[in-house]
Design a protein around this ligand. Structure first.
Ligand code: MN3
Length: 202
């Protein structure tokens, strides 16, 4: 089926001053759209056309012949997930089961934030930093380029895009400032809590 870009749940200027409307207009309006357009063009007329994006990602992840479909499909998925990981007036700390589990698995919320910052700033080149559930443990992981945790059996809870296009217009080379700003101000812990709930019942 044709993959449709999800509607952005906030205005393009709603994340200012942390992420500018200009960045979102390119990132959501151009980069993400391009991945989706490429993906839809590549699967058109193939057996993948009738499958969900998640199924296609799983089936193409380790097939070198299908790297174009995988890269564009996984980037389509990663970005749709990332938009929901951000929210105006976000940040703070998760309460409830996710908050308790973070304290249990990382020692404290501050230690978790430190691990996420290190993963996001040390990912060499383009990629993503993630909070995932693997088995019954929360972990911070990083993935390169289009790679996505579901292909390693991990359930994504939260992500930060660390491709340069995510921050260069606003922060230039200062990826650590972008990462720290996102974590402190606009992470959507309600979305993360929903993902954690789904991941633990599934
Ligand atoms: Mn991106």
């Amino acid at each position: 089926m044709t993959y449709q870009q999800p509607v952005l749940l906030y205005a393009e200027n709603a994340l200012e001053p942390f992420i500018s409307a200009k960045t979102l207009s390119f990132h959501y309006g151009k980069h993400h759209v391009a991945y989706i357009t490429n993906y839809n063009n590549l699967v058109a007329g193939t057996s993948f056309e009738s499958m969900s994006l998640e199924e296609v990602i799983a089936l193409t992840a380790s097939d070198p012949q299908k790297v174009g479909i995988f890269n564009n499909g996984a980037q389509a998925w990663n970005h749709s997930f990332y938009w929901n990981c951000l929210t105006p007036n976000g940040g703070g700390e998760p309460a409830g089961a996710l908050g308790a589990k973070i304290t249990q698995d990382f020692g404290s919320f501050d230690k978790f934030k430190e691990e996420l910052k290190i993963a996001a700033t040390t990912q060499f080149g383009s990629g993503w930093a993630w909070l995932v559930l693997e088995g019954d443990a929360l972990k911070v992981v990083k993935t390169g380029n289009a790679q996505t945790p579901s292909t390693s059996g991990q359930k994504p809870i939260l992500t930060i895009d660390v491709w340069e296009h995510a921050y260069y217009l606003d922060y230039q080379n200062r990826r650590p400032d972008y990462v720290a700003t996102v974590i402190e101000n606009i992470l959507n812990w309600d979305f993360a809590a929903e993902n954690f709930k789904k991941a633990t019942v599934a």
